[in-house]
Design a protein around this ligand. Structure first.
Ligand code: NAP
Length: 334
């Protein structure tokens, strides 16, 4: 099969498209013919070697954590899936394997893909969608009627978070830059703030839940706009930056959560239901061919992505798709 792989850590140039053996699923695994693979910042961060002190990747390594496609093989112990089923899944960070024509996934971690989304749209969902869903529900304890602020509302995690928070009945303020105000409004934010022109820390607004998907602002500043007993959730698990947050938590003033996303078939199924209920759409900025993955990594590393980036591994012409045409449904920005 064709796959993207790298044999050493480094810049985008270490990425190679190779022919490698198709993986063989174990008894608890599914073999998936990958139609689309989502791109996440974790992919280029791992490739650059910045996590190598935390864990070593098995090099050569096939990157990517997000897949959607069709079941091509079912391990003897797997229940609930049959050949030909459309599925999506988040692969483990340390094993990767998404940027390839076939991938194996633990059968307990895959979910049936949303029926109204194309495979490319479904492929854009897992890591960013799970981060938004778990950040708001599991860590944030979101409830209807709350005032919720999403910082970084135009990125992959933020774009899903705005919609998931609205679906939970919250009133959502999305923070982004000038170029992306319309996108965030179109995703359903009740209010949008431009962090380049507005001082979001000086105004009268107070929030029950702040979801920081960017982690460039210190908690000291966030505390000014967080209600007493409000909850602050960050995707940045760096303890040093969170010291002030730890103190306020110790004093019982705010709840502070620093999160690592976990792969979960149940949460993926919840995301599929939101999509099929029309409460969440998948904004895709760009679709890349497998040969252009280096350009995709460069774009992602520039930190200006609007919505999601995906690699097309054959899903674009997915005839099983039941929704509207991809450009209309997924809001592909070109
Ligand atoms: N802890 C975990 O388990 C976990 C899980 C998933 C992701 N993450 C991390 O979460 C972060 C976000 O992921 P993502 O997939 O959403 O990334 P992404 O799609 O690449 O985010 C891009 C967005 O970030 C916004 N942005 C960049 N700098 C900003 C700033 N200073 N202030 C406000 N917005 C800014 C940009 O908006 P503008 O162009 O308008 O500035 C852009 O739309 C990444 O660092 C990722 O590694 C962590």
């Amino acid at each position: 099969m064709k796959a993207v792989s790298y044999a050493t850590y480094g810049g985008p140039k270490v990425l190679r498209v190779l022919n490698i053996p198709t993986p063989v699923p174990g008894p608890a695994e599914l073999l998936v013919r990958v139609h689309g693979a989502g791109i996440n910042p974790a992919d280029w961060k791992l490739r650059s070697g910045q996590f190598r002190r935390l864990f070593r990747l098995p090099l050569p390594f096939v990157p990517g954590m997000d897949i959607a496609g069709e079941v091509a093989g079912v391990g003897s112990d797997v229940r609930g899936f049959a050949i030909g089923d459309r599925v999506f899944a988040m692969l483990e960070m340390k094993s990767g394997g998404a940027y390839a024509e076939f991938a194996v996934v633990d059968g307990s971690l895959a979910a049936h893909a949303p029926v109204t989304a194309s495979s490319l749209e479904a492929a854009a969902v897992p890591l960013a969608g799970l981060t938004a869903y778990q950040g708001l529900h599991r860590h944030g304890g979101i409830t209807s009627g709350q005032q919720v602020l999403v910082y970084g509302a135009s990125g992959g995690v933020g774009a899903f978070a705005v919609q998931i928070a609205r679906a939970a009945g919250a009133s959502v303020t999305g923070v982004t830059s000038t170029l992306n105000l319309d996108l965030v409004r179109a995703l359903g934010a009740n209010d949008v703030l431009d962090y380049r022109t507005a001082d979001i820390f000086a105004g009268p607004r107070r929030f029950d839940l702040i979801f920081d998907t960017i982690a460039k602002v210190s908690f000291r500043r966030w505390r000014n706009v967080l209600r007493a007993h409000g909850t602050f959730v960050t995707v940045n698990p760096v303890i040093g930056k969170l010291m002030p947050a730890m103190l306020t938590r110790a004093l019982g003033i705010n709840r502070v959560r620093s999160m690592f996303t976990e792969t979960s078939a149940g949460d993926l199924a919840a995301l599929a239901r939101l999509i099929d209920a029309g409460q969440m759409r998948v904004p895709i900025e760009r679709i890349y061919r497998i040969d252009d993955v280096a350009a995709a990594h460069e774009h992602s590393a520039g930190e200006r992505v609007r919505g999601k980036l995906v690699i097309d591994l054959g899903g674009r012409l997915d005839t099983r798709r039941t929704g509207a045409s991809i450009s209309a449904a997924s809001n592909v920005y070109r």
